[in-house]
Design a protein around this ligand. Structure first.
Ligand code: GLU
Length: 438
């Protein structure tokens, strides 16, 4: 039973890349009968907004993700204070007084000397007296975690064996001058306290994992399994994070895409499985295996999503859409679904069948079409009526193929393309067919 979390910062909408992380966590929770926790990383109170948190919850809900538990980091500061206190007491957290400018100058000097721009731990050499003097000047400390300067090793469930020497990293700032927390420590505190067993997240957090493993150890917590997936790139090869717009889950929903089309592509992109539409989570959960994820960046193509959306609609049964559609009946759905790119496209076909259209009849087809009207069979009509009728029209007119069918389609629907007429004709009915042909 895996306990997982999806931890967005509510500073904006989630896009397909974030949704992919959420879905991978959700699939693992389902697969193991475990728990999915939605954790809002909202320690940055200035940038975090309730409306973003609500929009994220709505987007996840639309994607079929139902968190077992929802947590807000902004409500847990006492836990982070206690953890910070513990780290201070054990000598893992130390006060630093450099200003951003000073640090910047130091980094530039290091670079000029071809040294890695790693924090030099100058603050560790401050005496109690030095610190008192700095504070008397009005300086407030920020707090860094003292890394072990050892090699951290773990077996990443996607990337395989990892080792990062933390001597190559700057001691990370955990608490800013104003007392606010960066993401690093609260995340560890929560992962420990919620009993997170698996952290599935983007590979932009691989280095954080090394740091977080050391912090977890310093706090006496259990280290979770890590799985860092590659990031999505756009069809142009560039990263997705900078460009939201149509890539946000909100926009996909507003554009009338099927949630399961979005879920299918997000779950299958970058895996060894083919990308195909899944009508619900069942197959995705069964087939879920982190080992199927590739380390290479996965390419997200909106055209592919639209194509998948159409393929999904083409296979959906009436029951899956009847409530959302709110009109039509099963025969209508089965007739038109194969011609839809989005569910909303069904409306136009419903209008064509039940409403008024302008039949299109070329001058040279006028008598052919009106003659055809006279041989329309008597009702009741079914799926064989079209064949019976056109066989008779073919015999009487001597026309065949496109010459035979296209003028009838144009007269009956006003369009030169569309669903099978065998399915449409009984839905249009004899009276309307007669009127249109005449
Ligand atoms: N709030 C972090 C992010 O969105 C969470 C990273 C993590 O899963 O640990 O990047």
């Amino acid at each position: 039973m895996a306990i997982l979390r999806f931890a967005p910062s509510p500073t904006g909408r989630i896009h397909i890349g974030n949704a992919r992380t959420a879905i991978l966590n959700w699939l693992m929770a389902q697969k193991t009968g475990g728990q999915f926790i939605l954790r809002y990383d909202d320690t940055d109170v200035a940038r975090s907004k309730t409306e973003h948190a609500e929009a994220i919850a709505a987007d996840l809900d639309w994607l079929g993700i139902k968190p077992a538990r929802v947590e807000y980091q902004s409500k847990r500061f006492d836990k982070y204070h206690a953890a910070a206190e513990k780290l201070r007491a054990s000598g893992h957290l130390y006060a630093c007084y450099e200003s951003a400018d000073e640090l910047d100058r130091r980094r530039k000097r290091q670079l000029a000397r071809h040294q890695p721009p790693i924090y030099d731990r100058a603050a560790l050499r401050l005496t109690a007296g030095d610190r008192a003097m700095l504070e008397a000047e009005g300086r407030k400390p920020h707090w860094r975690f003292k890394l072990d300067h050892a090699t951290v090793e773990w077996t990443d469930l996607i990337r395989g064996p990892q080792h990062i020497d933390t001597a190559t990293l700057s001691d990370p700032v955990l608490i800013r001058e104003d007392g606010s927390y960066l993401y690093t420590l609260p995340s560890v505190v929560d992962d420990i306290e919620f009993g997170i067993t698996h952290v599935i997240r983007g590979e932009d957090h691989v280095v954080n994992a090394a740091v977080q493993i050391e912090i977890t150890r310093a706090l006496g917590g259990t280290i979770p399994a890590y799985a860092h997936h590659s990031l999505l790139i756009g069809s142009d090869g560039a990263g997705l994070s900078k460009r939201l717009g149509s890539l946000s889950i909100g926009a996909m929903r507003e554009n009338g895409l099927e949630a399961m089309a979005v879920v299918s592509i997000a779950a299958l992109l970058g895996t060894s499985d083919s990308i195909h539409p899944c009508a619900d989570y069942t197959e995705l959960v069964e087939g879920f295996d982190l080992a199927k994820l590739s380390r290479a960046p996965a390419r997200f193509d909106e055209a592919e999503l639209n194509h998948l959306n159409a393929k999904l609609l083409h296979m959906l049964p009436w029951n899956a859409v009847r409530n959302r559609l709110g009109y039509g009946r099963e025969a209508f759905w089965l007739a038109v679904r194969g011609n839809l790119e989005k569910l909303s496209d069904a409306r136009a076909w419903h209008e064509i069948i039940t409403g008024k259209i302008t039949p299109v009849i070329a001058a040279e087809d006028r008598s052919f079409v009106s003659d055809a009207a006279t041989s329309l069979p008597a009702e009741p009509w079914d799926s064989t009526t079209w064949k019976t009728w056109t066989d008779a029209v073919k015999l009487a007119s001597g026309r065949k193929g496109k010459q035979l069918f296209m003028p009838l389609r144009l007269a009956l629907t006003g369009l030169d393309h569309g669903p099978e007429l065998a399915a449409l004709l009984p839905l249009i009915g004899r009276q309307k067919a007669m009127d249109r042909l005449a």
